[in-house]
Design a protein around this ligand. Structure first.
Ligand SMILES: *[C@@H]1O[C@H](CO)[C@@H](O)[C@H](O)[C@H]1NC(C)=O
Ligand SMILES: *[C@@H]1O[C@H](CO)[C@@H](O)[C@H](O)[C@H]1NC(C)=O
Ligand SMILES: *[C@@H]1O[C@H](CO)[C@@H](O)[C@H](O)[C@H]1NC(C)=O
Ligand SMILES: *[C@@H]1O[C@H](CO)[C@@H](O)[C@H](O)[C@H]1NC(C)=O
Length: 315
């Protein structure tokens, strides 16, 4: 027997389906196409055997930007693809997405601890992901000046790692509930740092800057823009990690250690965004746990400002 609510749900379902048919959209996560896996034999080096999944919209910009979206621990490329609106937005704006898949089957976290991953061209998961970027640049005539990374949790930690180890590859990053580059540094591959997670790794800006620069000592070029977000009641990666990310990236980017502007209730109410300069923003999300909701509508324009053009214009 149908009650009022189930009738509503059926009507809603029919409406969504009709809309999907009219607009030619799939009913699942809003993205028009599926992920495709790129064979391991097609790109290298990939010393840790990171899985390579690609999202290519039907209509691309002439020289498309590339957005890497590393998943969270216990997640997968498919989960990341389904978990945000980024692929749907790729359909609208014509950028290509890389969804790397962690080879660490035990916990599906990214290797953000090994010396390899924390060293430019040193190996580790970060190098495999950069090989994917190079594959896309070569095979899709993508724009090497518009390569970005955005991720949550372990994906945010990997975003910090990618920007630190490969400042020559990435133009900007957006890290949601992560930790500073090098905070998880440990003796080995995919090692969990309880000290970092619980906010006990505390360094000065100069110390963090030295750690980032040691990843690629000969490099003196462009440093990518960064935006970081963290919840004030995150009990997985303690909020101290926001403080450490702020010290790290303001030092690396040569910005003042105190904000030049404070945006209250931005991007959401009870969230405070501190602007340290055009190249670094940090958002303190009051009352938010580790399960922070990403906001594509602030992450994509931030990347756009990085280079004064990018994702066309958000409608
Ligand atoms: C995506 O994959 C699903 C499941 O395999 C399939 O039903 C659907 O037709 C695919 N869509 C496209 C656009 O290829
Ligand atoms: C990390 O690796 C680099 C290059 O592979 C090497 O020069 C450096 O000594 C290593 N550092 C540590 C702490 O093992
Ligand atoms: C974030 O806000 C909390 C209060 O809700 C405060 O204790 C903390 O110091 C703030 N963090 C930063 C980096 O401003
Ligand atoms: C994302 O940020 C915009 C801009 O501040 C805001 O209007 C919107 O509500 C936010 N969306 C989510 C899902 O938090």
């Amino acid at each position: 027997m149908l009650n009022f609510h189930s009738t509503l749900h059926i009507l809603e379902g029919i409406f969504t389906l009709t809309l999907a048919i009219l607009l030619g959209l799939p009913a699942v996560n809003g993205a028009a196409n599926n992920l495709t896996q790129v064979a391991a034999s097609s790109f290298s080096p990939n010393p840790t055997n990171v899985g390579f999944y690609l999202y290519v919209p039907s209509t691309l910009q002439a020289k498309p930007p590339v957005l890497v979206n590393p998943h969270w621990c216990h997640g997968s490329a498919q989960d990341a693809f389904a978990g945000t609106q980024l692929a749907t937005l790729a359909d609208a704006y014509g950028y290509i997405m890389i969804f790397p898949d962690s080879p660490n089957t035990a916990d599906k976290c990214w290797d953000v601890s090994s010396n390899q991953t924390l060293t430019h061209n040193g190996g580790g998961d970060s190098q495999g992901i950069v090989s994917m970027v190079n594959y896309v640049l070569q095979n899709y005539n993508a724009d090497p000046a518009r390569v970005f990374s955005m991720g949550t949790s372990s994906g945010a930690m990997m975003t910090n790692v990618l920007l630190g180890s490969y400042p020559d590859v990435f133009a900007a990053g957006s890290a949601w509930a992560g930790v500073a580059f090098g905070c998880f540094a440990g003796n080995g591959y995919d090692v969990w740092s309880n000290d970092c997670a619980t906010g006990k790794i505390i360094k000065s800006g100069a110390q963090w800057e030295a750690i980032v620069k040691a990843a690629y000592p000969s490099y003196t070029g462009f440093r990518p823009k960064m935006q970081v977000f963290h919840g004030t009641v995150d009990t997985t990666l303690y909020p101290q990690n926001l403080v450490e990310e702020i010290k790290e990236w303001t030092a690396v980017l040569g910005l003042p250690s105190t904000p030049v502007q404070t945006l209250s209730n931005y991007p959401d109410s009870a969230w405070t965004t501190y602007v340290y300069g055009d190249t670094f923003h940090a958002t303190n999300a009051t009352g938010v746990t580790h399960n922070i909701q990403t906001n594509e509508s602030v992450a994509l324009p931030f990347s756009e400002q990085a280079l004064k053009f990018l994702f066309v214009v958000l409608k």
